[in-house]
Design a protein around this ligand. Structure first.
Ligand code: UD2
Ligand code: MN
Length: 353
């Protein structure tokens, strides 16, 4: 008798335990069934609706990662201090070299931080974004020498910059001014540049204190060059290399489009500037020095005999001859490692303005 009640108590306990275990097994089984979906391979090419949740989840995760990295970058950018007013990288006057065996590959390998013609300092936020516009045709060697010197020069100035080469297609008379208008209009499609530098292909700066930045007045950067004994050619001279903000250039309606051949277009721009009550400023003569690579007058760029007559009508013509009337066709935009090459058809004297 004493044994039986103990036995029945034991089996009752055992039954309870068994039932509990059974319940646990059922719960575990249900759990594995619902989890199964997440590990099922997705048959190729199909996109069953039940997978959308998983995809959506992955997408969400990716998006949140992206947001994080954008935030990080924004933080990084705002954490990056503005570049100092005086770049510590400047060297002052330096000796220029024009090695006839220089190649574009060499210049590329010395400027690996330039991507598709553009550079942005990595350790500080540049004070200005500057587009360098170079009118060009048939001066490849000059362009190579200029790129070789200008890239490190601009990097030492800690600028965010891009170099645009505006190449005149065909062999009609050259038109430097119109090419520069095209460069301005096209470069603004890439970025809202603060400052534009209008730059002859054959002028190489000799001193990196000559800052390629814009100021509250248009700036002329070539006070002197080797071929003129480093003296200003004449009062009011505005040729070679000049700097204007986006707004200053817009205000004067850009360059005239109607100067075909050599001469006059730089004086026209000066008149436009003074008509807008702006004045031309220049850095000191010790700093604003250039070497002009020797050249003869190009064929296709003969002296513009109409230039004096054109200059007499500038005070009226500036309103209708300029950025607002610049018609052209873009034939190609090629983003080479060290510059953006824009090849354009700007027409010819008799048929275009
Ligand atoms: C002066 C001015 C220049 C411009 C020109 C008259 C200086 C230092 N420069 O230059 O700014 O006002 O007179 O138009 O005073 N180009 C080509 N291929 C050609 C022809 C010209 O690429 O076939 C470009 C190139 O960028 C060149 C620029 O146009 O540097 C000016 O032409 P230039 O060098 O023949 O004229 P230059 O030296 O008398
Ligand atoms: Mn020249």
């Amino acid at each position: 008798m004493g044994l039986f009640p103990a036995m029945s108590k034991f089996t009752r306990k055992g039954k309870c335990l068994f039932l509990l275990l059974l319940c646990l097994c059922v719960v575990a089984w249900i759990a594995t069934l619902s989890n199964d979906d997440t590990v099922k391979p997705v048959p190729e090419g199909s996109n069953p609706p039940e997978d959308k949740g998983v995809e959506g989840f992955a997408k969400l995760e990716m998006e949140s990662e992206m947001m994080q990295s954008i935030e990080e970058r924004v933080e990084e950018q705002s954490a990056k201090e503005s570049c100092p007013e005086h770049s510590p990288l400047l060297r002052g006057a330096f000796k220029l070299s024009f090695d006839p065996s220089l190649t574009i590959g060499q210049v590329e390998s010395e400027n690996v931080e330039v991507v598709e013609g553009q550079y942005n300092p990595s350790d500080c936020t540049a004070r200005q974004s500057v587009a360098i516009l170079i009118p060009h045709r048939n001066r490849e060697k000059h362009l190579l020498y200029l790129l070789y010197h200008l890239h490190p020069f601009l990097q030492r100035q800690q600028l965010h910059y891009a170099i645009y080469v505006i190449h005149q297609a065909g062999d009609a008379t050259f038109n430097r001014a119109k090419l520069l208008n095209v460069g301005y209009l096209e470069a603004l499609k890439d970025h809202s540049w603060d400052c534009f530098i209008f730059h002859d292909v054959d002028l190489v700066p000799e001193n990196d204190h000559n800052l390629y930045m814009c100021e509250d007045q248009p700036k002329h950067l070539v006070v002197g060059r080797n071929s003129t004994g480093y003296k200003l050619r004449y009062k009011g001279y505005f040729g070679g290399v000049s700097a204007m903000t986006k707004d200053q250039f817009h205000k004067v309606n850009g360059f005239p489009n109607s100067y075909w051949g050599w001469g006059g277009e730089d004086d026209d721009l000066r008149i436009r500037v003074t008509l807008q009550k702006m004045s031309i400023i220049r850095p000191s003569p010790e700093v604003a020095r250039y070497t002009m690579i020797f050249h003869k007058r190009d064929s296709g760029n003969q002296i513009n005999k109409d230039r004096m007559q054109l200059l007499r009508r500038t005070h009226q013509a500036w309103k209708t001859d300029g950025l607002n009337s610049c018609s052209y066709k873009i034939l190609s935009v090629h983003r080479a490692p060290l510059f953006i090459n824009i090849t354009t058809d700007i027409g010819q004297p008799e048929h275009a303005h």
